[in-house]
Design a protein around this ligand. Structure first.
Ligand code: HXC
Length: 284
C-alpha cells in the first residue's frame, strides 16, 4: 500500500519546486530517509537512494517512485558508507543515469543502546565509522557534483530553482551528553563540526551545508530502541515541551525548507526539529 502524502509532507509547498533536480541520499530506504526522499520526489525531484541492503534499497526506490508520475528513483544497494570507493562509484552512477546531483543528504547511521562500560573500542569505532566517516565519505564523493550544480543554479537565481545543497542528519545528544549513547553523541558532534567546515570552504562556490537534528521521532528504529530502554511513550510525550513526539513528516518538511530557494542564505547551521525536547531533558 502506498504511503499517504499527509504522512511525509505538509500542504504548504508548491508542486514542482524541485523539478529537474536530483537528490542523492544515503540511508534513503530508512524511516526518516524515505520520508525525506518521498517529499522531494513528490515536489518534482528525481532521486538516487543508497543503502547497504540491495533488496531493501531497491524495494524502497520502487515504492518511492510511485509518489509522482514520471519520477525516476534509482536504488543503489550494496553500498556501505564506510567504503569510499563504493560511494564514489554510486555518485558517479547517479550522475550518469539521472544527469546530476543537486542535493545530498547524509542520512546513513548506526546505533545501539549501550553504556560506556558495555562499549568495546570496536563498538565505539563502528558508530564513528558509519556516522562520522560515512558523512565525510559522502561529502567527499559528491562535492564536485554539488559545486557543478551550484554553478548552474546560483543562489537567488531568477528561476527560483536551487542546487548545490548538502544536509547531514545529526542529533541533539551532544548538546548535553546522553547516557547509553556516548558513541552516537560523539559521532554527531563531529558531524556538526564537518557541516561548519564544509559551509566555510564551499560557501564561496555557492554550496550550502546544513544539518537537521531530529528529536524523538516516532517509528524510527533508533528511537524505538532507545525509548523502550528508558521510559514509556506517554511519559516521553509529556516530556517534550511541544507535547508530542516528532513525526517523519516534521523532518521531511524541514528538509524541503533547507533545500528550497527560501533557505538560500541559511548556511553552516543545524536546524533542530525536536519540539524543544533537548532543552528539557537532552531530547528524551
Ligand atoms: C554493545 C555492540 C552492540 C550492542 C553491536 N556492538 N551491537 N556493543 N551493545 N547492542 C558491537 C559489536 O559487538 C562489535 O564490537 C561492534 O559493535 C561492531 O558490530 P558489528 O555487528 O560487527 O557491526 P556492523 O555489522 O557493522 O553493524 C553496525 C551496527 C548495526 C551499528 C552495530 O546495529 C547496524 O548495522 N546498524 C544500522 C542500522 C541502525 O542502527 N539504524 C539506526 C540508526 S538510528 P566487538 O568489540 O564485539 O567487535 C540513529 C539515530 C540516533 O543513528 C538517534 C536516536 C534517537
Amino acid at each position: 500500500m502506498s504511503v499517504p502524502k499527509s504522512e511525509y509532507l505538509s500542504n504548504v509547498w508548491a508542486d514542482g519546486i524541485f523539478a529537474n533536480r536530483v537528490l542523492f541520499i544515503t540511508g534513503g530506504a530508512g524511516t526518516i530517509g524515505s520520508a525525506q526522499t518521498r517529499a522531494l520526489v513528490h515536489l518534482g525531484a528525481d532521486a538516487c537512494i543508497i543503502g547497504r541492503s540491495v533488496e531493501k534499497t531497491e524495494a524502497a526506490a520502487k515504492e518511492i517512485a510511485k509518489v509522482r508520475n514520471g519520477a525516476r528513483v534509482l536504488g543503489i544497494g550494496g553500498v556501505d558508507v564506510r567504503n569510499f570507493d563504493a560511494l564514489k562509484a554510486a555518485a558517479d552512477r547517479c550522475v550518469k543515469e539521472l544527469g546530476a546531483i543537486d542535493y545530498v543528504i547524509a542520512g546513513a547511521a548506526g546505533n545501539f543502546v549501550a553504556p560506556i562500560s558495555g562499549l568495546s573500542p570496536n563498538a565505539f569505532k563502528t558508530v564513528i565509522d558509519i556516522d562520522t566517516i560515512g558523512t565525510f565519505n559522502t561529502i567527499k564523493a559528491t562535492i564536485p557534483h554539488l559545486v557543478a550544480s551550484a554553478a548552474r543554479n546560483p543562489n537567488l537565481n531568477p528561476s527560483g530553482l536551487t542546487g548545490g545543497r548538502f544536509i547531514a542528519v545529526s542529533a541533539t545528544f551532544h548538546y548535553t551528553g546522553m547516557p547509553l549513547q556516548a558513541h552516537v553523541s560523539a559521532a554527531k558532534a563531529a558531524i556538526d563540526s564537518l557541516v561548519g567546515s564544509l559551509a566555510l570552504e564551499y560557501g564561496p562556490f555557492g554550496v550550502t551545508a546544513n544539518g537537521i537534528a531530529p528529536g524523538a521521532i516516532a517509528g524510527t528504529e533508533g528511537m524505538e530502541r532507545l525509548a523502550s530502554s528508558r521510559m514509556s511513550k506517554a511519559d516521553q510525550d509529556r516530556g517534550v515541551p511541544s507535547g508530542r513526539w516528532g513525526t517523519v513528516r516534521d523532518i521531511a518538511d524541514a528538509t524541503v525548507f533547507l533545500l528550497s530557494d527560501a533557505a538560500s542564505y541559511v548556511n553552516g547551521t543545524t536546524l533542530v526539529v525536536d519540539g524543544a525536547g533537548w532543552r528539557r531533558q537532552g531530547g528524551l
